[in-house]
Design a protein around this ligand. Sequence first.
Ligand code: ZN
Ligand code: ZN
Length: 88
Amino acid sequence: MRSRDTFKKVMKQIKRVREPGESPEEQLDSLDDYICDLCKATAPKKEIVQCGFCGRWVCRDTCWDVEVRACESCTGLILLAKSEKKEE
Ligand SMILES: [Zn+2]
Ligand SMILES: [Zn+2]
């Protein structure tokens, strides 16, 4: 019922790192590889996902949470906001 409030609260806490549609950082040695904004690992373009909350490009393998559909950094804040809501 109040999930919109939770969402708004989370959005306020999350610092936008990149704008939507902004390109991921390219790995200079290889045109097909990009750098994960969180773990700094190199990943091919299809394995790198842009987080809709902070705008970071992260590797699907390590830094992307499939269930929350956010990067690991935002997932922590989102889950925290959700658990706080339950305690109300
Ligand atoms: Zn990563
Ligand atoms: Zn994020």
